[in-house]
Design a protein around this ligand. Structure first.
Ligand SMILES: Cc1ncc(COP(=O)(O)O)c(C=O)c1O
Length: 565
């Protein structure tokens, strides 16, 4: 099958159509032609694709041949896994993808489980992208030359692709930013906060969402938090109570903003998207942080037409490029924002000397400072197209892997004491998915801490070091989500003890423990092999002898003098 980027008819996947922009035929080979021919040549027909992939034969030798042989234990575990999770085979398209586009994982032996940090780029996308760059002349978009027109065309196609991917009604537009943070900041710095207005957000949010409170407080607005539950996210009734209590009063004519985190990057919680409609009905503007949600969940703006704006980073969705994100926003919402400055790229006329400025005609241009990242925008279109083929299969696959991972980790015991090796802190899904197209009620992230035989927390720095030694890419720390981390670690109340200038080290002293978790997050290229490696690694920590070897190495490496565990 190779790079099968077609769309199976049995799925709900959305196709990104490359719209040919007016005038493009005049400037030679358009990006849409070039990139479409890639897809046509590398994609099997839909019929073949479906026959091959959608009719699952459980004894299929093709599938059996894909058993990722690590060792005998792995083979046994894999067949037990397939028996317990037969639905996993419905996602065999992702095994093919792993072979065709992520073979570097198996070649290098790296177990990548940091998809919340960043997705891995598909190799075919990079090849085609490089070929496209090598065969075309792209220039700065602020011109009328052929090279400039080609860049503008690619940028417009990318805008259309983003709108199409999120099924945006016509009132939405796309502003390219450097990442989700850039998109959130665009809203924060330009939002018309005033004295009686309010900024409402969940405690379990990324720092880039918390950061908006600086703009709010500077303008005299009130900032209100919705408490996090012990496993992250918020309780719907609590959120409704906070939103209702602070609802904007029509006579005050002050705008208030509600920022919703679609999915937490540490607690794995998904917040109810119905809060968008609720907050909007109360008179709030609504902003969705979809950075962690979009890579593995379907989100449709057509289903949430009340949403004013949402933020994404593309490297989190399909791995490449870094440095490009988007604010997808209603034009009417953008018209209510006040940009704090102007710059190259977003103005029509500037009086110099003087104070008059006429902004660019297109509203998205008014928000794009300087030169957009025009060299990488062609790949956004194809990255989204690529993802839209595989996204329908992802929740099912991740559900099987997550259930297997969390149940296996929870069962692990120390050989010395019989006590648990890990404590899982993040939210577990309520139910297991059984078919393609279903959506999960959580993400596919596991935040946990490792425990010693006596039940104390093993330092995360040791775990990270030991995991790295076994070629496992995971992450430790608070993940830029202090509220979510505090909730998982049960130190929410200690937040009130912080003082100006406090450092993380100080805070750790206050609470008397290391702050942070070990995070394992799954994504597009994840397979049984990765999950198995993580389980085996955890088992190594539960084994006194092997743990001691790793511990001694860590001691030597970090040049610390410590006692044996
Ligand atoms: C939920 C969430 N929001 C926002 C961000 C910020 O994304 P970026 O660093 O790409 O701007 C992240 C990054 O991990 C995230 O997980």
């Amino acid at each position: 099958m190779g790079n099968a980027h077609s769309t199976p008819s049995s799925s709900n996947s959305r196709i990104i159509s490359r719209k040919r922009s007016a005038g493009i035929s005049k400037i030679g080979p358009s990006c849409c032609n070039l990139w479409n021919s890639w897809f046509t040549s590398s994609v099997a027909s839909e019929e073949t694709f479906c026959n091959d992939k959608c009719n699952i034969d459980h004894s299929s030798p093709k599938y059996a041949a894909q058993i990722p042989v690590i060792d005998n234990d792995a083979v046994v575990a894999y067949s037990a896994f397939l028996k317990a999770f037969p639905e996993y085979q419905l996602t065999s398209i992702l095994d093919d993808l792993r072979e065709s586009d992520f073979s570097r994982l198996d070649r290098t032996g790296e177990t990548y489980v940091d998809y919340m940090g960043g997705a891995l780029y598909p190799e075919s996308l990079i090849r085609r992208y490089t070929a496209f760059l090598n065969n075309n002349v792209l220039g700065n978009t602020h011109s009328v030359s052929n090279s400039s027109k080609l860049s503008s065309t690619c940028a417009n196609e990318a805008r259309d692709a983003v709108l199409s991917f999120f099924q945006a009604p016509p009132e939405y537009t796309v502003i390219f930013t450097s990442n989700a943070t850039g998109a959130l900041k665009l809203v924060g710095e330009a939002y018309p906060f005033t004295n009686p207005s309010t900024y409402i957000l969940g405690a379990d949010s990324h720092n880039s969402v918390h950061g908006i409170r600086e703009f709010a407080t500077r303008a005299g607005a009130k900032v209100c938090y919705i408490d996090s539950t012990e496993s992250g996210g918020f309780v719907e009734s609590t959120a409704k109570a906070v939103l209702t209590h602070n609802r904007p009063k029509s006579h005050e004519n002050a705008s208030s903003l509600f920022a919703l985190t679609g999915q937490s990057n540490i607690s794995n919680s998904k917040n109810p998207l119905s809060m968008i409609e609720f907050a909007s009905s109360m008179g709030y503007h609504t902003l969705l942080d979809a950075a962690a949600l979009a890579p593995s969940s379907t989100f449709s703006l057509a289903d949430h037409p009340q949403l004013d704006a949402m933020a994404v980073s593309f490297y989190k969705m399909f791995g490449f490029p870094t440095g490009v994100g988007a604010l997808i926003a209603k034009k009417s919402f953008l018209a209510e924002l006040h940009r704090p400055w102007f710059s190259g790229g977003n103005v029509d006329v500037v009086q110099v000397p003087g104070s008059l400025v006429t902004r660019s005609y297109d509203i998205h241009e008014q928000f794009e400072d300087g030169t957009i990242n025009y060299l990488t925008l062609p790949i956004i279109t194809d990255g989204l197209r690529f993802l839209s083929v595989y996204l329908p299969f992802l929740p099912l696959r991740l559900s099987s892997l997550l259930h297997f991972l969390t149940s296996s980790l929870s069962r692990l015991r120390h050989d010395q004491s019989g006590t648990p090796v890990v404590r899982i802190l993040s939210r577990l899904p309520k139910c297991r998915l059984k078919s393609v197209g279903e959506q999960a009620d959580t993400g596919s992230t596991v935040s946990l801490i490792f425990l010693s035989p006596s039940g104390e927390m093993i330092p995360n720095t040791f775990i990270e070091h030991a995991a790295t030694a076994q070629s496992i890419s995971l992450r430790t720390g608070c993940m830029c989500n202090p509220g979510g981390a505090a909730a998982l670690l049960g130190v929410q109340d200690d937040m009130s003890l912080l003082y100006p200038g406090v450092t993380l080290k100080d805070f750790e002293q206050i609470v008397g423990r290391e702050l942070g978790v070990v995070r394992v997050s799954l994504g597009l290229a994840s397979s049984f092999r990765d999950v198995w490696k993580v389980i085996r690694f955890a088992a190594t920590i539960g084994n006194e002898k092997s743990r001691q070897v790793l511990w001694d190495r860590w001691m030597v490496n970090s040049e610390v003098v410590g006692k044996a565990m």
